[in-house]
Design a protein around this ligand. Sequence first.
Ligand SMILES: [Cu+2]
Length: 308
Amino acid sequence: MLPFQPISGAASDIRSLFTVVLIIGAIILLLVTVLVVYSSIRFRARKDEPEPRQIFGVRRLELFWTVSPAVLLGGILIYTIFTMYRVAPNIPVNEAPDLMIVGHQWWWEFRYPKLGVVTANELHLPKGQKFVTEVTSADVIHSFWVPQLGQKLDATPGRPAYMYIQADQVGTYLGSCVEYCGTAHAWMRIRVIVEEPQNFDAWVKQQAAIPTIPTTGAAGAGAKLFTELTCAQCHTIAGTTAKGTVGPNLTYVSTRETIAAGAAENTQANLEIWIDNPQVIKPGVHMPSLGLSANQISDLAAFLEALK
Ligand SMILES: [Cu+2]
């Protein structure tokens, strides 16, 4: 189970707290169950037996079952508070964020302001580096949670929240929006790709560069269509006149494994289905179907495919 396979200090602290509370809870449940079963058999009413002696209160016992839960809960409280400080330490106000996460209906925008990279739905992180992260929303309340990374944080419009994100193990980890935010909430997935620092640097270098925009063939025709049609009103592609910010930045869309926040694999066929009618892949989605011809669709898909 994912929460039991932490890839960060914060996630393992959460796991330890959870495990301790779970074990204590299980022991108490067992104890109470055994006592209830034992008492109901041992002290059951038997035929022809007179009414047993009535007992009204035993001070020692009452003291025991009042004080011991109080002590136990007090201990758990202290342990929880310490864990909270370790998992979510205060971030100095003058620390500028390394990463800005913006929730949108129904996708995630990831900005790296210090690196000049903007991407969507797939978060790249260098192994072992601590990122000051700002989480906010462009519309309604969302919530960012990747169980193996640790802390969950709400994305609230107009009220940025902050946390540290650090991943200590290379690999791909999944998360999702965990605050119901409308029709396609279930398809607001997060894919975290943790890489060795040098691979992350190479990714940044590639993502921050202006792509070569094709001018010939199907891809060239697609590039022209993209800026002429309303696509450009909602999407940004560096190196073109497309500067929209309603939808995900598509500058290097082909380097992503999935499209539409995990709703489909990123293949040419799926891109074509998506451009034709996004509702087929992700019902409710805020991207219109433009009623394009098959040729226009395949040119656009060829263009987007070329962006890598
Ligand atoms: Cu949501």
